[in-house]
Design a protein around this ligand. Structure first.
Ligand code: PNS
Length: 166
């Protein structure tokens, strides 16, 4: 049986840190499904479909992208994982301060669905400070994002923020 992992997140936007975690996950699993959480109550810069398209673009330049599928979901993560046939959830942990939230989330998911496990992966040390919220702040003020996100994400982010301010 194919072992499938699900890599969930808001990915608003997908950063170089996310890309690094995804690559590491494909080294461990035959197939990885990136799943974009679409929560109507959470204000996001990009729609679910836009986030999917930005992630697809990132994969074009990789040789492991063919083993990645991208979906979106609303509702409980464990329900989506079951629907997709995934028994493992992947989460990136950048520093100790991430861990408390991640641990609570993993335990909640385990209580909801005891057969689904969460695996934590660490990104490359150089990428540990990158967060989607800081990326948005730097983009808002027109800063250089070249070491934070892929080029097309930087362009999309700047287009979006410029568009929203007019
Ligand atoms: O990138 P994020 O915002 O840290 O991702 C968090 C996400 C979307 C994975 C998490 O909030 C989630 O799984 N939401 C779906 C609702 C759910 O299943 N909640 C119970 C687990 S805490």
């Amino acid at each position: 049986m194919k072992h499938i992992a699900l890599y969930p997140g808001s990915f608003d936007p997908f950063t170089n840190g996310h890309l690094d975690i995804l690559k590491r996950a494909t080294n461990l699993f035959e197939k990885v499904i990136v799943t974009v959480a679409v929560n109507n109550e959470k204000k996001s810069v990009f729609s679910g479909m836009e986030r999917i398209e930005l992630i697809e673009e990132c994969l074009k330049e990789t040789e492991w992208g063919t083993r990645v599928e991208i979906t979106q979901f609303t509702g409980l993560l464990v329900d989506h994982a079951k629907k997709m046939g995934a028994r493992t959830l992947i989460r990136g942990v950048r520093q100790i301060s991430d861990f408390e939230y991640e641990f609570r989330m993993a335990l909640t998911n385990k209580r909801l669905s005891p057969t689904i496990d969460t695996i934590f992966l660490m990104p490359d040390e150089q990428l540990t400070f990158i967060s989607a919220s800081l990326v948005k702040e730097v983009a808002f003020w027109g800063g250089d994002l070249s070491s934070f996100v892929p080029k097309h994400v930087e362009k999309a982010l700047k287009d979006k923020l410029q568009h929203s301010s007019t």
